[in-house]
Design a protein around this ligand. Sequence first.
Ligand SMILES: [Zn+2]
Ligand SMILES: [Zn+2]
Length: 275
Amino acid sequence: MQLPGDGHVHTEYSWDADQGSMDLTCARAVDLGVPSVAFTEHVDYTPFRAGFLVEKVPGLVTDGILRATELDAEGYLESIERCRAKYPELRILSGMEIGQPHLHDAELRKLLAQGTFDRLLGSLHCLLDGDVYAEPWELYPHRPADEVFREYLADIPRMVAGSELFEVFAHIDYPIRSWPDTAKPFAPEDFEDELRQALRSLADGERALEINTRIPLHPTILKWWPEEGGERVTFGSDAHLPEALATGLAEAVAVAEAYKFTPDRRPELPWRLKR
Ligand SMILES: [Zn+2]
Ligand SMILES: [Zn+2]
């Protein structure tokens, strides 16, 4: 089976991926027959409650608040060019994964002006909790999981309305990754109205939906996507290590094909809905 392009990959240029390697990830892609890779490095301008990350990146945390280092755009783009020269058989996209892009328009435009970034993912990693932003896993201990997920979904239309910079919405199931064992098991039907509204806003905003394979995307969400007007999907392993590249992509392709999504002319392009 021909694997699709991996549209969401991190390297050593992401603040949380010091074991990443752009070079080794390219080598791995060639070995596996992955036709294209988008290096979407973290761009996070929202300070947020660090939680357990204080142990991973103590240098970024002050008074419990994590402030990510800014992407070294120049070094990153040089590395992209080196890899394109070294791996001509691989289509390499430059890119970013932008956390809360609607909150940081001015900073983002400055960063984007430093070069060409082919693939921009928009992510909602944090929600407001009192007067500070926090990741879902920081909220679950003191707020009901269903309430956190509803608030997350309600933020998606705000993010679409507030930023035209991103073309793909990453991991719509992000809060499900850390879903607490003590909560009722996640079922999309329990959030059907809110999920459909979020999907509708993404479709109306002409964004693609990412099938992030860190956890399998619930097929019902993918079924609702074209029903709400969605036309394009991308695939992303969200690898932070070379060996994690393309993990779960084959399974995700099977689900996407079942819902009538099909490859476009080139492997790095989002898949389209079959007409
Ligand atoms: Zn993310
Ligand atoms: Zn990511």
